[in-house]
Ligand binder design. Structure first.
Ligand code: XIL
Length: 319
């Protein structure tokens, strides 16, 4: 860990894992996941999302989220909770309702009150708001934004702070790892807007879904963290994976290893701000990457046959 609060891996409920059905023979997977020497933290990749926890208005179901929350508890892992307000994997009713402002405010408050209330005391961090920015750094035109404008962002953080005062509250997004990116500037603006309004926001989560052949330098990562440090107390790498364009070869695995090492290096060198690193699952067959980015894969640390990527030792040596 080299002074970081944690190094962890996200995981999914068995039935939800990208490769289905999930055979019992994946006991090797569970053994790695549960080994405290490998991972000291976890995040549910899907189980706490709106679609699963509030599939119908006011109807809550914590079965999927509990799988990972209980695993964290049983194996002494820090739990990062993900995500209260997000435009994607939203229950369909949220998008089909003809909202009044007041109606949508109430729906957001009820959702956060129930979900963060249910998990109160167990979530070290909450991703209160996920991916609220477009590629150009302006606000994403989600149902939340279209009805309420910027107000929904303040409402989400204010409500989360009331419901779970102990949890560290995060703004989380992808493509906000480089200092010159307009989206990074947007993330700084977003959290500054909250701070200026006197609203609690503790951290920025850089998802860090990166590319082996075109990744940020360690200096870039450190400079970006420096920008967030101006406006929040902490940052974390929350969904790290480093995709490779198939076919996989030694050269690309080497670039991948360098990328993973740069993230470790940047976090360790700024550990007064950077609290930890989470990889977005650890076993290639369970990665979301090939499903969403065809032609890419092998983005994690364990290959299908459970042998390790060069990035594993690369990182261990770098810590
Ligand atoms: C992904 C999951 O890994 C997939 O299983 C699911 O089908 C889609 O969502 N940014 C996020 C995560 O904040 O919640 C996403 O997780 C990946 C991108």
């Amino acid at each position: 860990k080299a002074g970081l609060q944690y190094f962890g891996a996200a995981t999914d409920t068995p039935g939800f894992r990208e490769r289905e059905p999930y055979p019992e023979s994946y006991s090797q997977y569970d053994a790695i996941l549960e080994d405290p020497k490998e991972f000291g933290q976890t995040t549910p990749t899907n189980g706490q999302k709106w679609l699963f926890v509030e599939p119908e208005p006011g109807v809550f179901n914590f079965t999927e989220g509990d799988y990972v929350a209980n695993l964290a508890n049983r194996t002494n892992k820090i739990l990062r909770c993900h995500a209260l307000v997000w435009h994607s994997q939203l229950a369909p009713w949220v998008e089909t309702t003809e909202w009044t402002k007041e109606g949508l405010r109430e729906a957001i408050v009820r959702h956060i009150t129930e979900v963060a209330g249910y998990y109160r005391g167990r979530c070290a961090h909450w991703d209160v708001l996920n991916e609220a920015l477009d590629e150009d750094g302006t606000y994403r035109k989600s149902v939340f934004y279209n009805v309420l404008g910027e107000e929904y962002i303040r409402l989400a953080f204010e409500t989360a702070a009331k419901v779970d005062p102990e949890a560290k509250l995060y703004y989380n997004d992808y493509g906000i790892e480089r200092p010159a990116s307009v989206k990074t500037a947007g993330a700084v603006r977003l959290v500054k807007m909250l701070k200026d309004a006197g609203i609690k926001v503790d951290g920025v989560g850089m998802q860090a879904h990166l590319h082996a052949d075109n990744h940020p330098s360690e200096a870039d990562l450190i400079n970006t963290i420096g920008m967030y440090k101006e406006v929040v107390k902490e940052v974390a790498f929350t969904e790290l994976d480093v995709r490779i364009k198939v076919p996989v070869d030694e050269q690309k695995l080497q670039w991948q290893s360098e990328c993973y090492q740069k993230v470790v290096g940047a976090c360790v060198k700024t550990k007064d701000v950077c609290v930890g690193i989470t990889i977005w699952d650890f076993y290639d067959p369970f990665s979301w990457v090939p499903h969403v980015f065809p032609g890419n894969g092998a983005s994690l640390l364990w290959f299908e046959d459970f042998s390790k990527h060069p990035a594993y030792d690369g990182m261990v040596n770098y810590f």
